[in-house]
Design a protein around this ligand. Sequence first.
Ligand SMILES: *Cc1c(COP(=O)(O)O)cnc(C)c1O
Length: 383
Amino acid sequence: MRDSATAPIDVSAIAFIDLAAQRARIGARMDAAIARVLAHGGFIMGPEVAEVERKLTQRSGAKHVISCSSGTTAIVMALMARDVGRGDAVFLPSFTFTATAEAPAILGATPIFVDVLPDTFDLDPASFERAITVAKQTGLRPACVMPVDLFGQPADYDAIDAIAKQHGIWTLGDAAQSFGAYYKGWALGTCADVTATSFYPSKPLGCYGDGGALFTDDDETAKRLRQVRIHGQGHDRNENVRIGLTGRFDSIQAAVLLEKLAIFDDECNARNAIAARYTAGLKDVVTTPNVRRDCTSVWAQYTVVSPRRDRIAATLQAQNIPTAIHYLKPIHGQPPYRGFPVTPGGLPVTERLSQEVISLPMHPYLTAEAQARVIAAVRAALA
Ligand SMILES: *Cc1c(COP(=O)(O)O)cnc(C)c1O
């Protein structure tokens, strides 16, 4: 037992992401919503799934929303619906979660790794443009670019799309971390030809298991996505019109999501206020995240950059404050991906960021007191 008289600072645990605090707020309504699904028994694609797709349509402004079983499945489904496969180049950042690169690789397409911008961590349009040359030189068809809205901030869709359209490339937005954010006033879901998101529990909008969704304004893509979601089914279950998979969303997760959507805007506001406090408290000692003036972020992570990030991690750990490194090892250096091409000029920003980034506790229920402890600890680490 520790003697409290010798422990002047509060070392009680701070959660990196606090789902328990959210449960304390809406747990009773959530339990009732889940109980309704248990009572009606329509576990897969039940009425809650239709309702959540309707709500997500409203929230995003996209013409079509297709819910599905995970964010990774969403990306795979989008590529399948648009017939991406062997011989196709898919351009994407290496500084992202593995799933972004995994999806094209599963389908036999070739991921080509592109660098990111140092201030927003999102895809660098100039690096993307250089990568298109590599694809053509190696006999690949430039097919698709995947801007990733890293840590919750939209990529620069207009700049990326302008280059993509010149080369007949379509855009697949990986909005797994960013659903709810706005790009030039547009909600994510309308900024790329197809947008994929994830409802993994720790994402800004998460369910209590796996889930995801796809957004598009294109009727033909939407039709194909609905087919892919249920094994390529056509008019009925006796007809298969294309190769698909088990991509369906389940009703319990949809019920959870409906309750969370009801407080989502409020939570996004709280995340913004917390991010602003971090930035005010830390901007003179580390590089704080830069949100472009025409964008908002949903702050999936609050990630700072410092050449002394290992010192920050150790100091915070000693004070019982959790941190995380997103991403310690960029994808292009991981064994299964080493054979895939990298954009000319390489990935210097990606390499540096992987050495210098550190993510601090971030969730809508982080109190000002807890946050002051985090800020003080970071400052002490660098003093
Ligand atoms: C979480 C995540 C995914 C995958 O989502 P899952 O629902 O976990 O399959 C894809 N891309 C990015 C950038 C992510 O953060």
